[in-house]
Structure formats: structure tokens, C-alpha cells
Design a protein around this ligand. Structure first.
Ligand code: HEM
Ligand code: CU
Length: 583
């Protein structure tokens, strides 16, 4: 029974008397309470993506100095709005939705304590608005009120409201995540001997990393706020930076684990993948739990506040435990797809399983593009720049921005766009307003964004173009060298950024358009989404998936390794070239 307020018919699916329905695509028993909250958080996230995307336009058109849209004085304000809308609000609202899918929805349970989800939602929203207010009303007076960007390092003078907003947002996220943890708690209490499904297990690991990160966030923002309000005389800048990066780095690892969870789910549901070895995949998730937060130190590589031993131990020893975990997933997910599709008779030669895959389905394409682009562009560069020596040539250059757009955009954002498509198709039960545009959108966005990220890296590494600044080609204040040689490349950057922005705008149009005008799908009419051969085949115990070949994946892994070696060698070569500067 839909509420009177539901004028768009967004919450009017039919449920049995217990409030459940069976999803014809995933086979999950979906409870109304879970589904409705997933919709709420998901739609809100898209609104933040739209806001963040608008500011992506203004800052990209500023860095393209031929256009030079904003005055240098306004640049930081727009950059802060972009960063917070995208990296924090769009992604974290989506992540709460993904926790509800990975927990109660996969387990076929109700969402426990729904009021917590609602309170968490309102508090998150309030925190976001306070942060927006603090950023937008920045006066720019350097002794009282600077734009916070993401890092807001003390002792920079920043409006205390900003730190307060950050704390409120963190409280909201914590409260919103509680129903997820409760669902797992109840599940384990009722079925003590049963293992959690892999997707739920992965979501739980993401949840634990979130707890670690949030604690770091309370220390950093709470300490900074206390210092700003005069509760204690100082807050050491080095200590702040370490705590700050526990959350700054930790949240990126939540993104990583959340998107890997989605990849396992979508390659299975839509591509027909199966998990080749539960043990191996679960071990990889556990490695993250132990090692990934230690990587926070790679943000302090050039920081005099922490010892060299601390930096090297955390980034070059401990963190490789987490890198190893990523390499495992980089094998097991495509291997599961290959073996699962071969089992369904969709193999053929080395790559027949790939060429026959549902490339026109945007939910499949987004996950596969994200996996490839994240791995090749984001993953490899992350390992390179996370090394003490190579960090020298990356730190605070535009190349860093290229690296993290490869991770949080090419990886997380593209994956989450697929999740939004999925929620529209299987929960809002709407067809896309245009099937062709929905097919094209991931290609346009992934292509445009990949080129944008590559141009950022190119400009940063080869020219040393700095990040976070409005002008370098026309005018570098106080510097006596010139970057004018980079100007033609900035034109290329500007053009490909416009392609990416168009792809992003198309996504928002498709999502909102389909929610408002999309044709309704009747239950059972969604079969086009189901993997070749249907869901049942996946459950046949007589026909183990690991008996099928995975040689295509093996070849892909060798290609990956080859690119890795070349990129590594090239970066060391470029580092040696630095010696000639000033000679
Ligand atoms: C079409 C899409 C996008 C374009 C063209 C774009 C472009 C840019 C540009 C030009 C910068 C400024 C770099 C600088 O001056 O240092 C930037 C910064 C940033 N972007 Fe994006 N971006 C896009 C999407 C995204 C998305 C989806 C996310 C996150 C999910 C994101 C996260 C960030 C962050 C965190 C910063 C850094 C802010 C800081 O330095 O504190 N961007 N982006
Ligand atoms: Cu990091």
C-alpha cells in the first residue's frame, strides 16, 4: 500500500503479508523496509552527484586556462564544494545503501531498527548542509577563514562550523550503519553455524574499516574543533595529519571494498560468474582488515612530522599485504566470470566468455569498465606513488589528482552508477527512458574520464604541474620558471574533461528521467537482466565451477603484470631525470 505522499509511485511495489517480495533478477527475498531505505539513500546520493558534477564543470573549465572561468579567489571554494559533494556525500550515501543491500537484502531479512536509518539519514543531511554553508560563506581572510578543501590541516584557520559539520556527518553515518550491523548480529544469533554469504562478508569488512576510519575522523575533527574553540592550547599539526589520514585514507578503502563487493555481486547476477574459491576470496578480504588502514602513512611520505621508519614500515611492508589482497581479487573476479560463463556454455576460445558477455547492459558494463580502469590506471599508479622514492615525483602534482580520479571516479563512481541503474531497474521497477542512451552512457563517461585522468597524470609527471591551483600556465605567482609548454596539453585536457562531464550529465538525466517517466516493469518482466542460463545453474553441486578453464584470465593477468613492470621502470627512469633540473 503506497502512501499518499508517494505521488511518483516510487514506493508502491507489491509485497506479501509479511512485507516481502521475491526479486526475479537476484532471487533475493526483499523486504519493503530494506528496499525503501536503499531507494532513499540512493536517490539522495544522485542529487549530490549532480551538485558535485556542476562544480566539476566550473573547476575543470578554470584549470583549462584558455577558458579560465573562475577568479583564483573563488577557485578553492568551488574545489571544496566539488570534493565534498563527490568524494564524501555522493559516495557515502551510496555506501549506506550498499550496506543495506549487502546485509539485510542478501540475507532476506527486514531492516532492523528502521528509525536509526531515518535518524542517521537526517543527521547526515544536516551535517552536509552545515559543511556546505561553511564552505560557501568562506571569506578567504587568511587569519580567520580559509577554504577547508578536504584536508583542512591545522593550524590553518578554518570556520569551526566546518569541523562541527564534519563531526555531525560522522555521527549520522555511524547511526545509519547500525541497522546493517544489527541485521548481521541477528542473523548470526539465529543461525550460529551458518557462514555469511561472500557479499555480506565483504560488506561487513567494509563496515569494520568504516569503524576504524570514523574513529580517526572523530580524533582529527574533534581535536581541531576543540583547539579552534580554545579548549586546549594547541593541536599538533603532525598528529592531526596522521589522524586525518586515518579517515581520509580509510574512507577510500571503504570505497574499494564496497566496489569489490558490487563487482562480485553484479558479475554473478548479470554476467553469470561464480566464486571459484570462497576461501581465497574471503582470505583476501581479511587481509584488507589487517593491513589496509596502515596505508594511511603513504599520504605523509614527504611529511617531516613522522619518522622515515614509520613511513617505510607502513607503506612498503604492511601495505603490500593489502596490495596482495587486491591482486587476489583482480584474479578471482574475472576468473569467476570466465569459469562461470564457460560452465554455462558461453566460453569459446581464449576470450569467448568476454566477447559474449552482456556489454550493452549498463549494469554489467559499469562494473567491468571500473575493474579494468581502476586496476590499470588507479591501482598501478597507487602502488607507484605509494613508494617513498617515487612519491617525490608525484606528490601534490596534478598527477596525484589523476591517480585519485582513476580510483574514486573510474573505480568507485562508475561502479556506483551501475548500482543506481540496478536500483532503478529492480527496485523502482522502471525501464530506462532510453535504452540506447543507457547503453552508451558508461562508454562515454568511462572513456572521457579515463582520458581526463591520463591527461592529469601526464601534465603532473612530465611538467610538474601542481594541483589545487587556478593558474599555472599563464601565471605562477612567485616562481621564476614557466610552465607555458604545458598549455597545449591543457587544451587536450579541457576537451576530454568536457566529454567526461557530458557522460556524467547524461547519467543524471537518465536516472532522474527514468524515475519520473520510465515505463513501469511488472514483476517477472525483468528477465532480460538475468545471466545466461538463469540463476539456478549456479547452484548445481555436481558441477563444480573450479573444474572449468581460466586461461583467458591468466593471460589478462600477465598483461596486467607487463604494464605494471613497464610503468614501474618508467617512473624510476623519470625520477633519475629529475637530477638534471637546475644543472
Ligand atoms: C566529469 C567528472 C570530473 C571532472 C572533470 C573532475 C575534475 C576535477 C578537477 C579539475 C579537480 C581539481 C584539481 C586541482 O586543481 O587540484 C578535481 C579535484 C577533485 N575531484 Fe574531481 N572531477 C570529476 C569527478 C569527480 C568525482 C566523481 C569525484 C569523487 C567521487 C571527484 C573527486 C575529486 C576530489 C576529491 C578532488 C580534490 C580536491 C582537493 O584537492 O582537496 N571528482 N576534480
Ligand atoms: Cu591512501
Amino acid at each position: 500500500m503506497a502512501s499518499n505522499l508517494d505521488v511518483f509511485g516510487w514506493f508502491d511495489n507489491e509485497y506479501d503479508s509479511d512485507g516481502f517480495r521475491k526479486c526475479s533478477v537476484t532471487g533475493f527475498d526483499v523486504h519493503r523496509s530494506v528496499e525503501n531505505h536503499v531507494k532513499l539513500f540512493g536517490v539522495t546520493a544522485v542529487v549530490f552527484l549532480l551538485i558535485g558534477g556542476t562544480f566539476a564543470l566550473t573547476i575543470a573549465m578554470t584549470r583549462w586556462e584558455t577558458i579560465g572561468l573562475l577568479e583564483p579567489g573563488d577557485y578553492y571554494r568551488h574545489l571544496s564544494m566539488h570534493a565534498w559533494s563527490m568524494l564524501i556525500f555522493w559516495i557515502i550515501f551510496m555506501e549506506v545503501a550498499i550496506l543495506y543491500v549487502g546485509g539485510p537484502m542478501v540475507l532476506g531479512r527486514k531492516l532492523p531498527q528502521q528509525w536509526m536509518a531515518k535518524v542517521g539519514y537526517v543527521v547526515m543531511l544536516a551535517g552536509a548542509l552545515v559543511i556546505y554553508y561553511a564552505i560557501w560563506t568562506v571569506s578567504g581572510n587568511p587569519t580567520t577563514d580559509n577554504a577547508p578543501l578536504l584536508t583542512a590541516y591545522v593550524p590553518l584557520e578554518i570556520n569551526p562550523l566546518f569541523y562541527a559539520g564534519g563531526l555531525v556527518f560522522l555521527v549520522g553515518v555511524t547511526v545509519a550503519a547500525l541497522p546493517f550491523f544489527l541485521a548481521l548480529w541477528f542473523e548470526k544469533r539465529e543461525n550460529p553455524g551458518k557462514t555469511l554469504p561472500l557479499v555480506t562478508f565483504g560488506a561487513f569488512v567494509a563496515g569494520v574499516i568504516a569503524v576504524q576510519s570514523i574513529l580517526g575522523g572523530f580524533m582529527a575533527f574533534g581535536g581541531a574543533l576543540g583547539w579552534q574553540m580554545g579548549l586546549f592550547p594547541w593541536f599538533d599539526g603532525g598528529i592531526y595529519r596522521q589522524w586525518y589520514w586515518i579517515i581520509g585514507h580509510g574512507t577510500q578503502q571503504i570505497n574499494l571494498v564496497a566496489m569489490i563487493v558490487v563487482w562480485y555481486l553484479f558479475t554473478h547476477v548479470i554476467g553469470g560468474a561464480e566464486v571459484v574459491s570462497e576461501k581465497v576470496s574471503r582470505t583476501a578480504f581479511i587481509l584488507y582488515l589487517f593491513f589496509i588502514t596502515m596505508g594511511a602513512a603513504h599520504h605523509l611520505m614527504v611529511d617531516p612530522g613522522v619518522s622515515t621508519g614509520w613511513r617505510i614500515w607502513n607503506t612498503s611492508y604492511a601495505f603490500y599485504g593489502a596490495t596482495f589482497a587486491s591482486l587476489i581479487h583482480a584474479f578471482t573476479i574475472p576468473a569467476g566470470l570466465e569459469a562461470g560463463r564457460r560452465k554455462r556454455g558461453k566460453g569459446g576460445g581464449l576470450f569467448g566468455w568476454l566477447t559474449s558477455a552482456p556489454w550493452k547492459n549498463p549494469m554489467f558494463a559499469t562494473s567491468i569498465f571500473a575493474m579494468i580502469l581502476f586496476g590499470f590506471l588507479g591501482g598501478i599508479t597507487g602502488v607507484l606513488m605509494g613508494q617513498l622514492q617515487l612519491n617525490m615525483s608525484w606528490h601534490n602534482t596534478f598527477a596525484t589528482v589523476g591517480h585519485f580520479h582513476s580510483t574514486v571516479v573510474l573505480g568507485t563512481t562508475i561502479t556506483f552508477m551501475g548500482v543506481v541503474y540496478f536500483v532503478i531497474r529492480t527496485m523502482f521497477m522502471r525501464k530506462f527512458v532510453s535504452g540506447i542512451l543507457a547503453t552508451i552512457q558508461p562508454y562515454l563517461y568511462a572513456g572521457g574520464m579515463a582520458l581526463t585522468a591520463l591527461m592529469m597524470m601526464y601534465l603532473g609527471i612530465l611538467y610538474g604541474v601542481p594541483r589545487r591551483t587556478a593558474q599555472v600556465v599563464e601565471n605562477i605567482p612567485t616562481a621564476d620558471f614557466s610552465l607555458i609548454g604545458a598549455a597545449p596539453l591543457f587544451n587536450v585536457f579541457g576537451v576530454v574533461a568536457v566529454f567526461a562531464l557530458t557522460g556524467g550529465a547524461l547519467f543524471v538525466l537518465l536516472a532522474v528521467g527514468s524515475l519520473l517517466f520510465g515505463e513501469r516493469i511488472e514483476p517477472g518482466d525483468n528477465d532480460a537482466l538475468v545471466a545466461d542460463g538463469g540463476l539456478e545453474m549456479a547452484e548445481d553441486p555436481e558441477d563444480p565451477v573450479h573444474a572449468y578453464e581460466m586461461r583467458g584470465t591468466f593471460v589478462l593477468c600477465l598483461v596486467f603484470l607487463g604494464v605494471f613492470v613497464v610503468a614501474y621502470a618508467l617512473n624510476w627512469f623519470l625520477l633519475t631525470q629529475l637530477w638534471s633540473i637546475g644543472a
